[in-house]
Design a protein around this ligand. Structure first.
Ligand code: C5P
Length: 317
């Protein structure tokens, strides 16, 4: 029944082909994590969400999803983390959205190899959902433009549209208005240590407690973008996150981890999204590895990562 879509397949997303691998009757897709280089909360909206200006970058830490068509019409997730194995997982919701929109009768089993820490500020759940949209768009040959997919993605979560393109992007509104950016990536940001303190934080609770005094005007994000586009290293204060002060104050585990990262040799430490994951850039691999070993020996969950761009995007690392 999907054959009628074959000829009208949209080309806009073909640069993601390397993320999606179709092997007979299964389809593998990678879902990359992100960090927030900035997160300016500029105000509260009438719909209860907050108005954001944020600069996000995908990194090579990723989940792997394997999709299988089923004949029973069910859509569900089987995950290496059993608490995520269910029908409500955002990845299953993404598949259901496409099934309903195109009246597809087949079901989908989504096997999810989870590597991105959960409730961590790294966008794992949102990225899984975007990966399912991209994979099914290609596999089922659905006539959807990036704008169509993006509108569907925004109904699943504010971050989901960003993950359709990934790379470096300025995101505004709830986070769903995405402007991809080409950049000269400074060498001092080449390696990224991602440290996940042993707690999970619900994004809604962080936004819910945010005082208006922590709002910012978006200038940090604009300055950071300007610096990156000119091939300069942004100033430390440009890596601003309006949520960071409150999270460090409310969760001593996170502020202790930030101190430990600095003691291990990091020169800049920032919160990603609503946390609790902290990131620290390094220009030098051996220094990053030494810091990682020291922090691992203290019992921290820590990842060595680097920025990653969609194939064909302009970048200069
Ligand atoms: O959009 P998403 O479901 O990922 O957002 C999770 C929660 O984070 C929202 O329910 C809301 O409480 C908060 N949020 C917000 N403003 C945003 C994005 C998220 O207040 N721009």
């Amino acid at each position: 029944m999907l054959d009628k879509f074959v000829d009208s397949m949209h080309n806009a997303l073909m640069s993601h082909a390397q993320r999606v691998q179709i092997l007979g009757n299964v389809c593998f897709v990678r879902a990359y994590a992100k960090i927030n280089l900035t997160l300016d909360v500029t105000g509260r909206r009438a719909d209860g969400y907050h108005e954001l200006v944020t600069v996000m970058q995908t990194v090579d830490l990723h989940d792997t999803l394997c999709l299988t068509n089923t004949t029973d019409g069910r859509v569900w997730v089987e995950c290496t983390r059993p608490e995520l194995s269910n029908e409500e997982n955002l990845a299953a919701q993404a598949a259901r959205l496409l099934r309903e929109r195109f009246s597809v009768s087949r079901g989908v089993l989504i096997e999810l190899h989870k590597r991105i820490p959960v409730a961590a500020g790294l966008g794992g759940g949102s990225s899984d959902a975007a990966a399912v949209l991209l994979a099914l768009q290609q596999w089922w040959r659905l006539p959807l433009s990036l704008a169509d997919l993006s509108a569907m993605a925004a109904t699943l979560g504010s971050d989901v549209p960003f993950f359709l393109t990934g790379g470096l992007a300025l995101c505004e509104g709830r986070g769903e208005r995405v402007t991809p950016l080409a950049t000269l990536w400074p060498s001092s940001l080449r390696w990224l240590l991602l440290l996940k303190p042993a707690i999970g934080i619900a994004t809604a609770s962080v936004f819910g407690k945010l005082p208006a005094s922590d709002y910012s005007d978006g200038s940090a994000s604009r300055k950071l973008v300007e610096a990156l586009q000119e091939g300069r290293l942004p100033q430390p204060e440009d890596f601003h996150n309006s949520l960071e002060r409150g999270v460090l104050e409310q969760y001593p585990e996170v502020s202790r981890a930030a101190t430990d990262l600095l003691q291990a040799g990091a020169s800049l430490v920032r919160l990603s999204g609503s946390g609790p994951t902290l990131y620290a850039p390094f220009s030098n691999l051996s220094r990053a590895v030494r810091a990682r070993e020291q922090l691992q020996a203290s019992g921290y969950e820590i990842y060595l990562a680097h920025a990653i761009y969609p194939e064909g995007a302009e970048s200069n690392v």
